[in-house]
Design a protein around this ligand. Structure first.
Ligand code: BTN
Length: 267
């Protein structure tokens, strides 16, 4: 099957197959799985469809950052969702995805993966996965949410951008052997279905409980980057809006929704 162009996006041939009830569109190369997934969502792709690629020429993350991964070394995927939940709960889908990815990594590799709020997965203090949720709203309804994730699977340190070599890692670096991307994909779908159903059934208490079990953020001293100044405090909880609740030095609590947060090192 060939998609010569989807809207403005041009990409290569793709394979289409079904896996555990999800439609998977696998490309050798494209601009960004999130961008192609967005075009497919606009064209009417079904809820739960997954766009994957061996490589991306313009992979992107939060805060206009780029996402680099050598061909075939990472799990690069975006899922199209059309969930029947109200707009204010959409940020919680990022937290839910983080729970699913942390659990997927633990089940497939045994590595102790933990969530750094809101959208990073860490192993041994280094980032192994980033998550980017993008949605389209019309008034109070939203039409779709794209959940994109990039897991560093079989990269060596030399494959990581030089400014990330100290702060990022991969599953193969942590494990000392390569990991099957297909196994990760399968487990991601299994865990997604389990936790998404739990979230729809029981809402924030379900998500908060799973998130707390899998996080490496709460109880830690954090720095919230506000652009030209920073705020320091201790991370205490996650809110119903998917925000991070931080206790500041004057004892007050403040909620942060979309800021860049770093965990301060223990000395
Ligand atoms: C972040 O750490 O800021 C999020 C990074 C998300 C990267 C993934 S790779 C697959 C998907 N396609 C993209 O362009 N971005 C996400």
């Amino acid at each position: 099957m060939v998609h010569k162009s989807i809207g403005k996006e041009v990409c290569s041939r793709h394979k289409h197959f079904s896996l555990l009830g999800k439609e998977i569109y696998y490309y050798r190369e494209l601009t960004s799985t999130n961008s192609i997934a967005r075009q497919m969502a606009i064209s009417g792709a079904t809820d739960g469809s997954v766009v994957m690629s061996r490589s991306q020429s313009s992979g992107h993350g939060r805060m206009q950052r780029q996402w680099h991964c050598p061909p075939g070394k990472g799990l690069l995927l975006s899922m199209i969702l059309r969930p029947q939940i109200s707009v204010q709960f959409v940020p919680q889908l990022t937290l839910l995805t983080a729970v699913v990815v942390a659990e997927t990594i633990k089940i497939v590799t045994g590595c102790a993966a933990g969530i750094k709020w809101p959208n990073d997965i860490f192993i041994n203090g280094k980032k192994v996965c980033g998550i980017l949720a993008e949605s389209n709203f019309s008034k109070s309804n939203f039409e779709y949410v794209i959940i994109g994730l990039g897991i560093n699977v079989n990269l060596e340190t030399i494959h990581l951008p030089s400014d990330c070599q100290e702060t990022s890692t991969s599953l193969s670096i942590e494990l000392g052997q390569n990991v099957s991307r297909f196994k990760l994909l399968k487990q991601f779908i299994i865990s997604w279905d389990e936790h998404f159903q739990g979230f729809v059934r029981a809402g924030h208490p379900y998500l908060r409980n799973k998130w707390i079990k899998n996080n490496v953020t709460l109880g830690r001293n954090v720095t919230v980057n506000k652009g030209n100044y920073s705020i320091h405090g201790s991370a205490e909880d996650v809110s119903e809006k998917g925000g991070l609740i931080v206790r500041l030095s004057d004892g007050s609590l403040q909620e942060f929704l979309a800021e860049d947060v770093s965990i301060r090192r223990r000395f």
